[in-house]
Design a protein around this ligand. Sequence first.
Ligand code: WQD
Length: 341
Amino acid sequence: AAPSYDPGMTWLVTGGAGYIGGHVVRQLLEGGERVVVLDDLSSGERSRVPAGVPLLRGSTLDRAAVDEALREHRPTGLLHIAARKAVGESVERPLEYYRANLTGLQNVLESCVEHGVRRVLFSSSAAVYGLPDVDPVTESTPCAPLSPYGETKLAGEWLLAAAGRAHGLSTVALRYFNVAGAATPELADLGRSNLVPMVFEALTAGRRPLVFGTDYPTPDGTCVRDYIHVADVASAHLAALRRLAADPPGATSLVLNIGRGEGVSVRRMLEVIGRTTGYDATGQDAPRRPGDAASVVASAELIERELGWRAEYGIEEMIASAWQGWCARHPGARREGSKGS
Ligand code: WQD
């Protein structure tokens, strides 16, 4: 059916065909905004971009493609979500990561300045904190990234803030904690590099899921993280861009955690995964993974104060929706008695 709302403003979303970008696009549309996607489809999927949303196939490394998108569509603002995000890979290929993540951002910012686009939102990460020794982690906790990936996100925040100050841009950097789940099965994460999909993969292959480290100084000895539903991550973007749209350009410069403020251990995740999937998800104890912090939990106070945003979904909904997405792609995975169907 035709939308009954007045079309809102237009926002260019780089990486809008990706896992997180696809969810952001969907939320923006539901919020009555207009969206244009720029994505090179290197890891994104065309099918994540809804009909009616222009998909410009191009890389943020191609300055001409970014210029063309801004000239053609004249957006109110830009959400720069396109990036490389595999932490381990970034250690092996730092030059590629710096180029993709920083040159990409630099192109985007130069083009915004040239075309008078003065509102920019940037996807950052809890990876900027490294091994924080405070709980919860506030935005003023010192940053000490442990990987080239985390470095590109921290340097990206600096570049964003400096360009914002010098050129009168309003900016928001959102530091995502551990993103999981899916709003619909088709939008699920296709990667296998995070806890939830790695456990699904082990279970459905008949293996026991590995628990990396059981002697951490945490209540049950396993690592504690702040898992956040991707639909909540997306609604934080909508709240942030509304703030950018309401403030005069150049007036805003925010760095905000996106988390729930609740720590969940690996053991607890396995329990919920077991109950949701119907598989025996008893973990196999394994050595600590290098570079893992015992506990990384967001303080979500600042984003609530600044944007009035807080997370809506819990662990159960993240895992059930991730499982639905997994089963949609691996039809043999579903078991008698498994939830999320
Ligand atoms: C979560 C916990 C593991 C797999 C990374 C990046 C971060 C962000 C999200 C991009 C850890 C444990 C995992 C398994 C396990 N990415 N684990 N068995 O490392 O917290 O964060 O992804 O922005 O920047 O660093 O996420 O999902 O890899 O691990 O025990 O098979 O699960 O040790 O404690 P992580 P993760």
